[in-house]
Design a protein. Structure first.
Length: 356
């Protein structure tokens, strides 16, 4: 018993140290995202530019370097961090609510629906100017997820034993079907309504594109990511309970339907906002929560901040690779996340299977 208590105390001390290190890790990632690119910029130059803009200092800095740092790379790194954190948190919430380790915004059709809504507003003129890009993306995300839930419910209803297992598989199959449907709708809208130049730009954006990100996008992405983090932390006890099923959550005094509905709406909204800014990016919400469970465990008090941090660092690193992997060319960030995420998920899947 004494050994167990000592081990628990040691774990708590390790977690406390990790919490103190988290801001430092994120700061280092942001500095790397700002310094590394087509042209390398010294770190001291970055600090001088930040001091000039934030504190009114008057350091002598090359105007081109200052423009690259402040107007291009720093805002891009911040949006990448916000997007990575938000998508990882969305994966954590969906996996807990649906009790399915394969649930994430990309596989559940939310990203595909948000892409369709955004393209319908910008290219097809849906809403006659009354809808913003984010509103169209949110409408598409909500419609896609609603369709997936209906399909999964219809597929799993009327089953006898093993209903929960069948439902878990049905919702993933429904998500794949929904993703394909909305991807096809997106392609149809682009083919019918977009010019050749628009089609090329949209297709690049749909694979994940941070090239056009500026400070106005930071003002949208940061509150969305912060709000998602606070919501997840506030509902961490409910997420722990949902991991064991709706009945367990109800026995703990949690209002199951209102809580589940609120969390799903929050996931759809945050995902839609991020997709409207950077396009659909896969594997972040799938791989990051799995990786963090191996490191910090399954309790959402630790899993939520760890996933947010890891998602932010992962997407900043992916963005760096997208700029330097092919000289003179910027790759869509979704390509990088898939190239890294697919083998990583395969490794996690194999290790998880062997450990059972």
């Amino acid at each position: 018993m004494k050994a167990v208590i000592l081990q628990s105390a040691q774990v708590q001390r390790t977690q406390a140290h990790w919490l103190w290190l988290a801001p430092l890790v994120l700061l280092i990632a942001l500095l790397a995202g700002t310094a590394i690119g087509e042209t390398s910029i010294p770190v001291d130059t970055i600090f001088k530019v930040l001091a000039n803009h934030l504190f009114g200092a008057n350091y002598a800095v090359d105007r081109i370097d200052a423009g690259i740092i402040w107007n291009y790379r720093l805002s891009r790194a911040i949006v990448a961090a916000c997007c990575g954190a938000a998508l990882a948190l969305a994966g954590v919430v969906l996996q807990a609510l649906l009790r399915n380790p394969l649930a994430d915004p990309y596989l559940m059709g939310i990203s595909a629906g948000a892409s369709t809504g955004a393209v319908a507003v910008t290219v097809a003129g849906l809403g006659a100017g009354a809808l913003t890009l984010s509103a169209g993306a949110f409408a598409g995300a909500g419609l896609a997820f609603g369709l997936v839930v209906l399909l999964a419910h219809a597929a799993s209803s009327g089953t006898g034993g093993g209903r929960s297992t069948q439902a878990a598989g049905a919702i993933i199959l429904a998500g794949i079907a929904g993703s394909q449907l909305f991807n096809a709708l997106t392609a149809f809208i682009i083919t019918k309504s977009a010019s050749a130049e628009q089609a090329r730009g949209i297709m690049f954006w749909l694979l994940g594109n941070l090239s056009g990100v500026r400070w106005g996008d930071v003002a949208i992405a940061f509150p969305a990511a912060l709000g998602g983090l606070l919501i997840c932390l506030w509902h961490r006890r409910a997420l722990d309970a949902f991991t064991f099923g709706a009945d367990s959550a109800a026995s703990m005094g949690i209002a199951v339907r209102p809580t589940r509905g609120f969390l799903i709406i929050a996931v759809a909204l945050v995902t839609a906002i991020m997709v409207s800014i950077v396009g659909a990016i896969g594997f972040v919400g799938l791989v990051i929560p799995h990786a963090m469970r191996f490191i910090v465990g399954t309790q959402h008090t630790r899993l939520v901040p760890a996933s947010a941090l890891a998602g932010a660092v992962f997407l900043i690193g992916s963005d760096i690779l997208s700029r330097i992997l092919v000289p003179g060319q910027v790759l869509p960030i979704g390509v990088i996340t898939s190239l890294i995420g697919a083998p990583a998920f395969a490794l996690i899947l194999v290790r998880g299977t062997r450990s059972r």
